[in-house]
Design a protein around this ligand. Structure first.
Ligand code: ADP
Ligand code: MG
Length: 514
């Protein structure tokens, strides 16, 4: 027999809807913090007991609510933030659905204390209001959520461990605290004082060295050496709302180019300012996923803004005026250079005293010790020379001759593009002049790498790694100076670091472990 159709009671509707809005303690904390931010709070204190399952409390000093609004806000679809669908186009608040509080209240023992001047305290159980009474409270709102999911055992059973919930809440507080550095936050005993964006990011995520400033995008990226094997260091916000966008993460990664390895993820905190009508946040109740109107334009814009970061503009990376390459190999040129280089230009070099050389490693004394991988430095210098610096090939006294196949012959124009002056003569490649940093005796090795049809990044890097030559200290220093003129001074073309700083703590750690 069919059952009779009945309209569901409001409390049951809220409990079902709660499944979408409040999946776990962290999603509740998110809704509550967003409400506090929307209320203009300058301080938000979050507390969680047993990973939020026993208690979640969020206290703010925002605008608070009147007794009338406090009662209304617990009803589903009660919101002060939009009135018509058109308002969604100009959304400036985090919330707009008016379902969070009703949903949260329906699956917990709920307590709301709020004051817009006059205090009101409301207690409820599983969505039913128990008591409403005046209370003493400064302006602002406190929401306490106890015994979460006590009346939906099925949902409670599927919750993660307390520890996992704790980590999720803590990450969430961090994510929102980064987006609102001027607001003081706390989570249990962790306190974030009001700060600048840079200070807040550095405090929570560690130093992010490079500032990004585009017309619609700003934020910070960490140096390529800090790229990670996972995406967990990637924070993207659109109009201060944390979002996830594989598309824009890819744009950032592409802008990092060869500075990081193929499987590494750059660390960034980026904020996009967008006209609310250009982005649809109404995709999912959790509002993490977004859609853009003009995806490819946005992709390019993000990519360009990040690329700007790596274009050297400050004096530190300004090319130094060394003598133009003559016909002697580069190392000799540097050795022949006058010892007294203009002090002003080389300030930064003078701070780094060469100490020792061991195989391809050069040790410099700066504020810390700096260990330079000369093979990586050579690869970077060679790569940039072949890619960009044309017209400085050095004529060889005796041309180099290398046998070549027909297939190699067909690709030989590529060598010319890199500034290698050559001819083809009866199945032989005849090289007349070589660009700097590619020495005649090493050319056959370079050719062997080229033959395999790899990209220039790979050729330069593998070639330099294969050279097992003993440099003198002077030659090492010359190479170190040369790499300072490069567009990327920190990585070889395949993204490996050129130098590492060794601090006293590093050495302590090293010795103790040994
Ligand atoms: P939404 O945020 O989508 O409007 P909520 O259910 O989260 O829906 O909140 C309902 C309403 O309650 C809000 O529109 C707001 O007017 C009020 N409110 C909720 N939390 C606070 C708070 N911390 N301070 C002041 N007003 C609040
Ligand atoms: Mg809300």
């Amino acid at each position: 027999m069919c059952a009779k159709i009945l309209k569901l009671p409001e409390v049951v509707i809220n409990q079902i809807a709660a499944g979408e809005v409040v999946e776990n303690p962290a999603s509740i904390v998110k809704e509550l913090i967003e409400n506090s931010l929307d209320a203009g709070a300058s301080r938000i204190d979050v507390e969680a007991v047993a990973g939020g399952l026993d208690l979640i409390r969020v206290v703010d000093d925002g605008c608070g609510m009147s007794r009338e609004d406090a009662l209304l806000c617990l009803e589903r679809h009660a919101t002060s933030k939009i009135q018509t669908v058109d308002d969604l186009q100009a959304l400036t608040t985090m919330g707009f659905r008016g379902e969070a509080l009703a949903a949260i209240a329906s699956v917990s023992h709920f307590e709301l204390q709020t004051s817009d001047g006059k205090g009101t305290r409301i207690l409820g159980d599983g969505g039913k209001i128990g008591s409403v009474e005046p209370c003493a409270r400064n302006r602002g709102t406190t929401v306490a959520v106890r015994s979460l999911f006590y009346n939906v055992p099925a949902r409670k059973k599927f919750q993660k461990s307390q520890q996992a919930n704790f980590v999720a809440i803590s990450k969430l507080v961090e994510t929102l605290a980064i987006a609102h550095p001027a607001v003081a936050f706390s989570f249990n005993d962790k306190i974030y004082a009001p700060a600048t964006l840079k200070e807040r990011i550095d405090e929570i995520l560690g130093e992010h060295e490079h500032e990004v400033q585009g017309p619609k995008i700003y934020g910070f990226v960490a140096s390529p050496a800090k790229a990670m094997a996972m995406r967990t260091g990637q924070y993207l916000y659109i109009n201060h709302r944390p979002v996830f966008s594989p598309l824009l993460a890819k744009a950032v990664k592409e802008a990092f180019g060869t500075r990081i390895g193929e499987h590494a993820y750059p660390r960034f905190v980026l904020f996009l300012k967008m006209d609310p009508s250009q982005v649809d946040v109404n995709v999912h109740p959790q509002k993490r996923e977004v859609r853009f109107r003009d995806e490819s334009a946005l992709f390019r814009e993000v990519q360009r803004a990040i690329e700007e970061v790596f274009v050297p503009t400050h004096s530190f990376s300004k090319p130094l005026s060394f003598p133009a390459p003559a016909s002697t190999p580069f190392t000799e040129q540097f050795l022949a250079m006058p010892c007294k280089v203009e002090e002003k230009e080389l300030d930064w070099i003078m701070q780094e005293k060469p100490l020792a050389i061991l195989g391809p490693y050069l040790l410099l004394q700066g504020e810390d010790l700096i260990l330079v991988n000369l093979q990586a430095a050579h690869a970077r210098v060679l790569f940039e020379t072949l890619s960009w610096e044309k017209g400085s090939a050095q004529t060889l006294l005796w041309p180099i001759e290398i046998p070549m196949t027909t297939e190699e012959e067909e690709r030989a124009v590529q060598l010319e593009k890199w500034g290698i002056e050559c001819r083809i003569l009866k199945k032989r490649l005849v090289v007349d002049a070589l660009p700097p940093f590619l020495e005649p005796t090493d050319f056959p090795q370079f050719y062997a790498e080229w033959k395999e049809g790899k990209k220039i990044e790979e050729i330069a890097t593998r070639f330099c790694r294969s050279l097992r030559k003993n440099c003198t200290l002077e030659q090492g220093v010359a190479l170190w100076r040369e790499v300072q003129k490069c567009k990327d001074r920190n990585h070889d073309p395949l993204g490996a670091p050129i130098c590492k700083r060794l601090t006293e703590e590093d050495l302590d750690r090293w010795m103790i472990r040994a």
